[in-house]
Design a protein around this ligand. Structure first.
Ligand SMILES: CC(C)(COP(=O)(O)OP(=O)(O)OC[C@H]1O[C@@H](n2cnc3c(N)ncnc32)[C@H](O)[C@@H]1OP(=O)(O)O)[C@@H](O)C(=O)NCCC(=O)NCCS
Length: 171
């Protein structure tokens, strides 16, 4: 598996337990490992990511997320197992010029080790380089970990007036 994606986005992140990881742009060869990531994730994690009870990523969903014209998808592996994807991060174009939509899915076993926070910060850099001025994210009000991740990006508390929040993050 290549060390870097087409735009050279390979990015090292060390987790709080010391595990070294690598994050790079997705390639067409990643479909199998991305599907496997989705199958290993709990139903709850998939529901928080997609706001729906998807058992796995659909073919249409994969085509969208892996199309560079539609945005940037990053996949994360450990440094030791480059064919085993443990997280997927998306910065997708929206119909608002300059606004990218952020989403992150970290495999349950790898959650709470600082990966989501580091991936969101990296995604903000990727979005800036892609010319975006704002990131937006749709987050369930019950999704405490993602709200913590976003709070670190916007550097202010996030109010939760309804069941799903659309959070805008100026870059
Ligand atoms: C949301 C998600 C991406 C966060 O990734 P992560 O690797 O677990 O995040 P981190 O380890 O960086 O922790 C982020 C924050 O959440 C807190 N946190 C982590 N797990 C938690 C838990 N189970 N309960 C409450 N808080 C938790 C951490 O303490 C941290 O807060 P802090 O920065 O104030 O210390 C990950 O949990 C996930 O993929 N969830 C399912 C999909 C999802 O919700 N995606 C977001 C939709 S856009």
């Amino acid at each position: 598996m290549p060390d870097a994606g087409p735009l050279g986005t390979a990015h090292p992140i060390t987790l709080t337990d010391g595990t070294a990881t690598r994050t790079r742009e997705v390639t067409p060869d990643d479909l199998g490992p991305v599907q496997a990531l989705h199958r290993r994730c709990s139903r709850g994690s998939r529901a928080l990511r997609y706001h729906a009870g998807k058992p796995q990523l659909s073919w249409a969903g994969w085509r969208l997320l892996s199309d560079p014209e539609r945005g940037t998808t990053l996949v994360t592996t450990t440094a030791e197992r480059r064919d085993h994807i443990i997280a997927m991060t998306n910065v997708m174009r929206t119909d608002r010029p300059g606004v990218g939509e952020l989403a992150v899915l970290v495999e349950d076993e790898w959650q709470s080790k600082g990966l989501g926070t580091a991936l969101a910060a990296h995604a903000a850099d990727v979005a800036r380089r892609a010319g975006h001025h704002t990131l937006t994210a749709a987050v369930a009000a019950v999704n405490t970990p993602m709200l913590h991740v976003l709070k670190r990006l916007v550097m202010r508390p996030i109010r939760t007036p309804g069941p799903v929040l659309d959070v805008d993050i100026p870059l």
